[in-house]
Ligand binder design. Sequence first.
Ligand SMILES: C[S@@+](CC[C@H](N)C(=O)[O-])C[C@H]1O[C@@H](n2cnc3c(N)ncnc32)[C@H](O)[C@@H]1O
Length: 222
Amino acid sequence: MKHPIKNYFKISAIAITLILIVNSPSGAAEREGRRFNPGSFEEPARAEWQKVEEVIKAIDLREGQSIADIGGGSGYFSRPFAKAVGPTGVVYCCDIATEPLEYLQTTALEQNLLNIVTVFAAYDRPMLPPNSLDILFFCNTNHHLDNRVDYYKNLIPLLRKGGKLVVVDWKKEQQKVGPPHSHCVAKSVVIEEMKQAGWELIQEETFLPYQYFLVFEPVIKR
Ligand SMILES: C[S@@+](CC[C@H](N)C(=O)[O-])C[C@H]1O[C@@H](n2cnc3c(N)ncnc32)[C@H](O)[C@@H]1O
């Protein structure tokens, strides 16, 4: 006959092992038996046309600044932003999906980028406090947003004095990369919607082959 105390210890050991596996730092995706695939977000060929360092120069991102990468996904921009703002600055990567944020946490830690804050955003707001940002940045995200005019309007109070908003998104054309052009929002539509939301266009860059690049400031200065 088996000893009941021995069985008790066996069951406890199994329970503790299960608790350790479930709470391991590898995240929800792994717990559920799947791994986030950063796929096209992080593919090496992207560097050639995404020109991240030129984007950073064009938005004049400086040490000590605070930037929000809204719909930042796997952090393709957040990581280089973190290097640009340095240890006295901060990058908020806001997304409604947890898997890309977990991927970013892992890669940021690997690269010792401790000034990245991952933020689980709401559909209608990035979940950041007022007066917290110098730059709001969107890449390939604005075509995902519902009620864009309201969304953009609600961003104005998040900026500090002199703050700006940057939109980089797919040109609404048949292209070699990017989603079907029917999914994309035309540049003219973004400019019009931003105007309705209280923003004015102050800069446009044309060095990205597949995306438009627009910079806005609030009409009523902060
Ligand atoms: C095409 S990906 C772009 C990712 C990243 N900006 C990049 O350029 O690699 C769009 C991202 O927007 C996120 N997203 C969609 N709707 C959103 C919303 N309402 N608020 C914040 N993020 C959103 C998605 O989860 C996804 O990670």
